[in-house]
Design a protein around this ligand. Structure first.
Ligand code: GTP
Ligand code: MG
Length: 316
């Protein structure tokens, strides 16, 4: 098909008037390129139009934009631009190839009290450090689904690094969500906050707790997975659009089909498995020691490291 020369801005897309174009811009779809890479499903949710019409708009945006082929060298340059948040533990950073990446979702799963939330606290502090000092000079959006956010822990971790604890707390935007609808909407509406507050890290602690408690039984599984899928895609889009890191914690269950080895399996099924760019499994060892295993990563080999959860935060 020939390139559609008449589509130059959002308003030129079929079915998109000035109001919808404004809505798109406010939600981070500021350019035709962004619309071209959007999923029709999300667009239909956002604009309140049918998926079919949303697809027409997306297709027209694709037609109108030059999706250029890039060389491997270009791709390498882009990879170099990816930011990293230090975990505070050199061995852990090394396992991750330098720290928790922006433009992707990093998932940590493990049993209760394994340290998933503590890692989140550490990252919420570290991301505020300057670029080049382990941080991204950014602030944090913290979705707390379990009521386990502890400002005094943040204070302790910040002070241990000689940071101004009040400033650090001021840069954490906490959203205590108690239903999946709230959880989904908070992410849906995060664009403005992300832009205005310079959010460089979004934490969802935990991703699945509310989904698990609200959607019970086999009959609800389909709906749960659909909503979950849309939610995670929104998180991924935020990560891409604003070059930020997304850190999610996840619960586990025992896989009854596993006869040998560790039956511990993250919940959320394929939807979560496919969406998480980097997956980590954390488990308790002696006392304050924790074993962290890199289970899945696009660029790093599988491996393990040991960290300690200390009063001052995560250490090697
Ligand atoms: P769930 O949310 O229950 O699934 O667990 P989680 O994996 O999020 O565990 P969390 O990160 O809350 O870790 C809890 C563990 O961290 C505790 O059992 C302690 O071992 C450790 N911990 C929590 N607070 C402190 C603290 O102030 N000092 C030290 N040294 N350890 C702490
Ligand atoms: Mg927790």
């Amino acid at each position: 098909m020939a390139k559609d020369k008449s589509v130059k801005e959002l308003e030129d897309l079929p079915g998109i008037g000035p109001t919808m174009a404004e809505k798109l811009r406010n939600s981070g779809y500021a350019t035709l390129e962004k619309v071209a890479t959007a999923s029709p499903y999300e667009l239909s949710e956002l604009l309140g139009i049918s998926a079919e019409n949303a697809k027409k708009a997306v297709d027209a945006a694709k037609e109108a934009t030059n999706i250029e082929v890039q060389t491997g060298t270009d791709a390498l340059e882009k990879r170099k631009a990816i930011g990293r948040i230090s975990t505070g533990a050199p061995g852990f950073d090394e396992l991750l190839g330098g720290g928790v990446e922006t433009n992707g979702i990093t998932e940590v799963y493990g049993r209760f009290a394994s340290g998933k939330t503590q890692i989140g606290f550490q990252l919420a502090v570290n991301v505020q450090k300057p670029v080049g000092k382990g941080g991204l000079d950014g602030s944090v959006l913290f979705l707390d689904t379990e009521g386990t956010f502890r400002p005094e822990r943040i204070e302790a971790i910040a002070k241990a690094q000689g940071m101004d604890a009040k400033k650090v707390l001021d840069n954490i935007y906490l959203s205590r969500v108690t239903s999946t609808d709230q959880q989904i909407l908070t992410a849906e509406r995060a664009d403005k906050l992300v832009r205005e507050k310079g959010i460089k890290l979004i934490i969802v602690d935990s991703l699945m707790a509310l989904f698990r408690s609200e959607f019970i039984g086999r009959g609800a599984l389909n709906e749960r997975q659909q909503k979950l899928n849309a939610h995670i895609h929104k998180l991924q889009r935020l990560a891409d659009m604003y070059s930020l890191a997304v850190y999610i914690t996840n619960q586990v269950m025992d896989n009854p089909g596993m006869l040998f080895g560790d039956p511990t399996t993250p919940v959320g099924g394929n939807v979560v498995a496919h969406a998480a760019t980097t997956r980590l499994y954390i488990r308790k060892s002696k006392e304050e020691k924790r074993i962290i295993r890199l289970v899945d990563s696009p660029s790093m080999p599988e491996g393990e490291t040991v960290v300690k959860i200390t009063p001052d935060g995560i250490k090697d």
